[in-house]
Design a protein around this ligand. Structure first.
Ligand code: C5P
Length: 206
């Protein structure tokens, strides 16, 4: 079966030297791609800028912006499963082709909303059979994540409690939320979460 995984942050350029980014390390998404590859899936990983190495036998595509990520995800279809784990920037600043110079007052940067990749693929004519997203929340985790499941028309959400120490670490705490169940997976390593997700996917397609 073919799986597309997105991972890492996106970088949205302001000018040739500056950008808007976020603190995603890509570790959880890469761990998921690796576990799926080891379980025999045909994996395409579409990654924003990270310090992580390519994964053996995984088709790697590296991009910078949300718009580039959407194009590469669409190019990777058809697929049986998509796991949108990237921390996609919500907005892109208006790009200045020349470096913005100091000295003429505070710059006014305008933003436009980026495409929502998860939502786009959930409503795509080539929608994979299983569409999985995540929800990073600091409060009302289950309510917010369940609302996201419906808003984005995806099948499963892994809700991520980011009030704990998650960014760049090897530990994570997620809840699996589907239309029919909610499970607390407790705190465990990102590699263990990846294994548990692979087991859940195998069970789904049994
Ligand atoms: O809306 P929010 O960013 O909280 O949703 C998180 C989920 O949506 C993640 O699965 C993320 O990969 C996906 N997402 C996306 N494109 C965006 C924003 C979020 O695919 N522009």
């Amino acid at each position: 079966m073919k799986v597309v995984v997105t991972a890492g942050p996106t970088h949205e350029p302001i000018d040739p030297v500056r950008l808007i980014g976020n603190r995603s390390s890509g570790k959880q998404g890469y761990a998921i791609a690796k576990a799926l590859q080891e379980a025999g899936y045909n994996v395409s990983l579409i990654s924003g800028p990270t310090c992580l190495k390519d994964i053996n036998a995984v088709k790697m595509t590296r991009i910078e912006t949300a718009k580039q990520m959407l194009i590469e995800v669409q190019n990777a279809l058809p697929a049986d499963i998509i796991i949108c784990w990237a921390a996609v920037a919500d907005w892109a600043p208006e790009y200045s082709p020349q470096k913005i110079k100091k000295g003429s007052g505070d710059p006014q940067i305008t933003f436009t909303e980026n495409p929502d990749i998860l939502k786009t693929i959930s409503n795509h004519k080539q929608r994979p059979k299983l569409v999985i997203g995540f929800a990073a929340e600091t409060q009302n985790l289950i309510e917010n994540a369940t609302a996201k499941l419906h808003k984005k028309s995806c099948d499963w959400i892994l809700a991520n409690d980011v009030s704990e120490n998650v960014f760049g670490t090897d530990e994570n705490h997620v809840y699996l939320i589907t239309k029919s169940k909610q499970e607390d997976w407790r705190a465990m390593s990102k590699a263990e979460i990846a294994q548990k997700l692979v087991a859940e996917i195998k069970d789904y397609f049994k």
